[in-house]
Design a binder for this molecule. Structure first.
Ligand SMILES: Cc1ncc(COP(=O)(O)O)c(C=O)c1O
Length: 459
């Protein structure tokens, strides 16, 4: 008998029924959950218990950046768990010293030299907000409406999208939201959609500055933003926007926090997406690709002056599993493997290839309203009418056509994430052009389903 069977003995065909009895799922109405029973994974593929193979176009949960089953990361974790699986947060370890240096060295200009490790993205954002409040002595945090920052009470308050609304009013106070520079559906430019980029950017910077002034700059601790918006639409900042936000932060003494939980670790063809605009934020929050999900881990990388604000005053926060050595071993091995295989460069090279494939898809299908991408971070926005831009599913809902599209993809071995009226393309960064093509062939056929919903073919 195989060793794994001896340790955890449960026949494949009983996993689902036992799960139905005991598992409580997140983000789900319990009676409606119908999970894939995942068994193993390698490279850009995973398999279920029936040995059905799926091409992973969502890096599981937008996190397996390095791809599945990398032996280097597995071995590093095995060695760490054998030597020292855990150390108290007040201690330090070899792996803690090395991981902190590894992370700080990949921050823009190596400027964010102090690193606080967390358990994931939500508590990275919670801690960044606490640090900004402590550092500035101010309490308000500005975030955008089309954002997701995590599911704990503070991160949920910071989140702009409907996942926050579900929990209101029992969330952290002090958050003010502002609008995103989302050109395809820009509130300010419905009658002027072709406005030059410079003016478009300036309108959104003016909007942000107006809000800062209304709120009172002396009360604003931080602006927290996804460098490239993730699930809320792969919204890529227009030219000059990030630099403009940096300038506003400098003007008013506000801390700039870049949430790179999804956009970091090579996803956009840079270590961190904010590097595309040459901006150095005061803090970066990260998780997901930090370990490529081989173990749970998040982090806040910060400028030394922020850390120095707590030289004499304690930072009153922490969790038992802060800096868990096994997670840190995964992070260091993951970063080393990404360097060794030049994953960031590979992603930058494939970026134009993905863009071309998305553009071709848009030209072939009447239900495609717009496609956007940067690196291997892409989206297809589906509409019923290109002129009115009526989305294929209403705000914060799915639709029969979107559900059928996803089902078609899954039935044909393509695992991807659909969000309302959009389809996200976020594969492991080790993917090849041929594998991208393999997924796009399925998607191309699946879009015939949404094409049938189009009202005005000539829009
Ligand atoms: C941009 C962003 N921030 C924060 C989070 C929260 O991370 P976690 O789920 O690890 O708490 C996510 C998760 O999807 C995210 O996409």
């Amino acid at each position: 008998m195989k060793k794994e069977a001896l340790m955890f003995d449960l026949p494949d065909d009983e996993i689902l029924s036992l799960s139905k009895e005991h598992v409580f799922y997140t983000w789900s109405a319990q009676a409606k959950v119908n999970p894939i029973v995942a068994k193993r994974a390698k490279g850009v593929y995973f398999w279920d218990i029936n040995d059905k193979r799926y091409l992973d176009f969502n890096s599981m949960m937008m996190c397996v950046n390095l791809g599945h089953g990398d032996e280097r990361v597995i071995q590093a974790m095995q060695e760490q768990v054998a030597e020292l699986p855990y150390a108290a947060p007040g201690m330090t370890t070899r792996i803690r010293a090395l991981a902190s240096r590894s992370v700080s060295e990949i921050t823009p200009q190596k400027a964010l030299s102090k690193v606080l490790f967390t358990l994931g993205g939500a508590d990275a954002n919670e801690n960044a907000m606490k640090l900004a409040r402590g550092y500035t002595g101010r309490h308000k945090i500005l975030t955008r409406y089309r954002s997701y920052h995590g599911a704990t009470a503070g991160a949920m308050a910071a989140t702009g999208d409907p996942r926050r609304v579900a929990w209101e009013p029992n969330l952290m106070t002090g958050i003010v939201h502002f609008l995103d520079p989302y050109r395809y559906r820009s509130t300010f430019h419905r009658t002027n959609p072709n406005i030059p980029e410079k003016e478009f950017t300036q309108d959104y910077l003016n909007h942000l500055e107006e809000i800062i002034l209304y709120e009172g700059p002396e009360s604003v601790a931080a602006i927290l933003m996804e460098s490239v918006t993730g699930t809320n639409g792969i919204i890529i900042p227009p030219a000059g926007y990030m630099q403009g936000v940096r300038a506003l932060c400098d003007k008013y003494g506000i801390v700039m926090i870049a949430d790179e939980v999804m956009s970091g670790f090579g996803r956009t063809g840079k270590w961190f997406a904010i590097e595309h605009w040459g901006v150095v934020p005061d803090m970066i929050t990260m998780a997901k690709g930090l370990t490529s999900a081989y173990a749970p881990l998040g982090a806040v990388a910060m400028k030394p002056e922020i850390a120095a604000a707590f030289d004499d005053t304690p930072f009153e926060s922490g969790l038992t599993y802060t800096s868990h050595p096994v997670s840190l071993a995964a992070a260091v091995a993951n970063i080393n493997a990404m360097r060794e295989d030049q994953i960031v460069e590979h992603t930058a090279g494939l970026g134009p290839v993905l863009k071309r494939m998305l553009t071709d898809l848009g030209e072939a299908h009447a239900s495609v309203g717009e496609v956007r991408s940067i690196g291997l971070f892409g989206i297809v926005e589906l509409v019923k009418d290109r002129t009115t831009k009526e989305p294929m599913a209403p705000w914060n809902q799915s639709s029969p056509a979107m559900a059928a599209l996803r089902k078609y993809c899954l039935d044909h071995g393509l695992f991807l994430y659909t969000h309302w009226h959009t389809v996200l393309i976020i594969p492991p960064l080790i993917i090849t052009e041929e594998q991208l093509k393999e997924g796009f062939e399925v998607l191309d056929r699946a879009l015939e389903i949404t094409d049938k919903e189009v009202k005005n073919e000539h829009g």
